[in-house]
Ligand binder design. Structure first.
Ligand SMILES: [Ca+2]
Length: 320
């Protein structure tokens, strides 16, 4: 089986747009609700307690809690692995047979802008929305007893949740904020992770730099992590998103199908045909580095699987 190398795209205008928006947000700091006129945005702010500036959104979770999101512009990108399996293994290790679901590389249009959580959902945010602490549940205790547990877990990513829990979190957060909150599709996730790049990681192809951008593990990684790390400690990707490579896996909205790329629509693809697996992206703190690549897909999880390294990140529609 051969995988022809696809010519790499020139940087997208979307990258420039985002840079302008983010720069404007930092310099001007004028409260303007994206996609709404100022008057409407002001009333929305009064009603929900949410705040929005150009390119950014902060959701009010109540009791002092909040969630920061950044605007991801609409645009096009090449989804999938632009290297051959052999090239990928040479760069980051792993096995070629585990990469078959990353082809064919195909152009995808993300037709609408959306806000994406700057960080993975934290334990404090989960508790504020759901009112429970799944990381303290019986199913989590065995693992937690095996490791040191830092004090003050609030800024650590939530884990020990399954795909249905993640969807329920989005439903409750939608109700709480009056906004359309969901998990990202795999396409939205990869688009945001790549942030205009076509390389193995959002910072390029150099595996030695992964340690600056993502928590990962594995015996060859030079570090052995025992638990997820506090969010946002390492460098963000070009669009201001942290921990897209590693720390905890992040549930996505699609049902996983290894052959979906060969038949997926070119605009806003999402596999809504139920399979026996949810989709996850990102890799995790103890994972080998190859699974932290931008194109990596998780093919081994059942919908009710709960693990110490499975969490989530949410998106919010920007046109509402
Ligand atoms: Ca992650």
């Amino acid at each position: 089986m051969t995988h022809p190398r696809i010519p790499r795209l020139k940087p997208f205008s979307a990258v420039l747009l985002t840079a302008i928006l983010l720069t404007a947000a930092q310099i001007v700091l004028v409260p303007v609700a994206f996609g709404q006129n100022t008057e409407k945005g002001a009333s929305s702010k009064e009603a929900s307690g949410d705040t929005a500036i150009v390119g950014q959104l902060t959701l009010d979770l109540g009791q002092g809690g909040s969630m920061k999101l950044v605007l991801i512009p609409a645009g096009k990108f090449m989804m999938g692995n632009q290297d051959t399996p052999a090239e990928t293994v040479k760069k980051v290790g792993g096995m070629e047979r585990n990469l078959v679901d990353e082809y064919p590389v195909h152009e995808v249009t993300i037709s609408k802008p959306f806000y994406m959580g700057i960080y993975e959902v934290t334990q404090a945010q989960w508790k504020a929305v759901m009112g429970n602490e799944p990381w303290k549940a019986e199913r989590a205790l065995g693992y937690m007893r095996m490791q040191p547990r830092p004090q003050g877990f609030d800024d650590y990513p939530v884990a020990f949740v399954d795909s249905y829990d993640a969807i329920e979190f989005c439903r409750k957060l939608s109700k709480k904020t009056g906004r359309s909150v969901s998990l990202p599709t795999e396409a939205q996730w990869e688009y945001a992770c790549r942030a205009g790049t076509t390389t193995t990681f959002s910072f390029g192809d150099d595996l030695s730099k992964l340690i600056d951008y993502g928590w990962y593990g594995g015996k060859n990684a030079g570090q052995k992590e025992d638990y997820a790390h506090r969010v946002g400690q390492l460098k963000p990707n070009p669009w201001g998103l942290y921990d897209m490579h590693g720390n905890v896996w992040e549930f996505c909205r699609d049902w996983y199908d290894k052959d979906f790329y060969s038949r997926s629509p070119s605009v806003d693809p999402e596999n809504t045909t139920k399979t026996d697996k949810p989709s996850l992206r990102s890799g995790a703190f103890h994972s080998v580095p190859t699974v932290s690549r931008s194109a990596q897909r998780n093919s081994w999880t059942s919908p009710k699987t709960v693990r110490y390294n499975y969490g989530l990140r949410v998106i919010v529609a920007a046109d509402k």
